[in-house]
Design a protein around this ligand. Structure first.
Ligand SMILES: [Mn+2]
Length: 295
């Protein structure tokens, strides 16, 4: 059992009650199966510290998203030495906090946290889809001897839930064969999106999603020149504005029931990616406030 450090409050906002906050930020600094660059364990803390530098007014939305009420939950005391137990802890925690009144935002940590989060969502919600933004399809049955690898993050959920993957530019032949057999997995490959990413493509993505949507975003969906601080970088990828465009349209047209932002792996001395990660999360909160809380 490793107790984590103090949890900075998102945006440096004064602490408040979870009850009168609409947005819950939950850090899951889990890292056990990363295979390339290490460091996602430091992700949530780096994002939260960078968020102190956010401008709370958003010029695009002409709004102050923070006024929605953001509660930063203290770090989960995960059993980091025991992956199975840590995943159960994340699942149980998630199950207890999710409802229709709050918007949970989970910060990783490696992508394996999504497997545990989705177990809880599957128990609580009858019908929803997953919007998965990532360079990797993460649909392997097992990887390096474990089914709890970051490379398998979406496999279990894909056996029951509709998944729309966006930005994929790395997958194994085994995954390709698996996807071929399944009708509930739709992939928008990056090489295709680089030819055409417009309103028609986004509309098509939306058409493939159910009314209720859970978003899981691996920071490596971005082009590494914009977002280099990831565990498994891949050339190509979406831009800042492409991702914002997609997120905005999803919030405008669907009911988003939760989101996670994973695989952020800070680079010591390079602050920009930490700030970009914080800004992306704040943008997401802004879209939630503006489009999901409409009367
Ligand atoms: Mn990835």
């Amino acid at each position: 059992m490793q107790q984590y450090r103090y949890t900075p409050s998102f945006g440096g906002l004064p602490s408040r009650n979870p009850e009168d906050s609409k947005v819950l930020i939950i850090s899951c600094p889990l890292e056990t199966t990363t295979t390339y660059k290490k460091g996602t364990r430091e992700g949530p803390q780096a994002i939260l510290l960078a968020s102190y530098n956010l401008e709370l007014y958003d010029e695009e939305l002409d709004d102050i998203p923070a006024e929605v009420g953001i509660y930063t939950h203290p770090d989960l005391s995960l059993s980091l030495g025991n992956l199975k137990k840590a995943l159960e802890e994340i699942e149980n925690f998630t199950f207890n906090i999710i409802d229709y009144k709050h918007f949970p935002v989970f910060l990783g940590g490696e992508h394996t946290i999504t497997k545990a989060i989705l177990r809880a969502y599957t128990k609580k919600y009858d019908s929803f889809s997953i919007l998965h933004l990532d360079a990797h399809s993460d649909l392997r049955g097992e990887y390096e001897g474990t089914e709890n690898s970051h490379a398998c993050a979406l496999r279990e959920a894909s056996e029951k839930i509709k998944i729309v993957q966006v930005g994929i530019r790395s997958m194994s032949e085994e995954e390709k064969d698996y996807v071929k057999e399944r009708e509930n997995i739709k992939i928008y490959f990056d090489y295709k999106l680089q030819e055409k990413f417009d309103a028609f493509v986004v509309e098509d993505i939306l058409k493939n999603l159910e009314e209720e949507v859970y978003i899981t975003l691996d920071f490596d969906v971005f082009n590494p020149s914009e977002m280099p601080a990831v565990g498994t970088p891949e050339p190509g990828g979406l831009s800042w504005y492409q991702v914002l465009y997609l997120l905005r349209e999803v919030f405008k047209n669907k009911k988003v029931i939760g989101a996670d932002f994973v695989e952020f792996s800070p680079i010591p001395g390079l602050v920009y990616p930490d700030y970009m990660a914080a800004r992306l999360i704040y943008k997401t909160i802004g879209y939630y406030k503006k489009y999901s809380l409409r009367a």
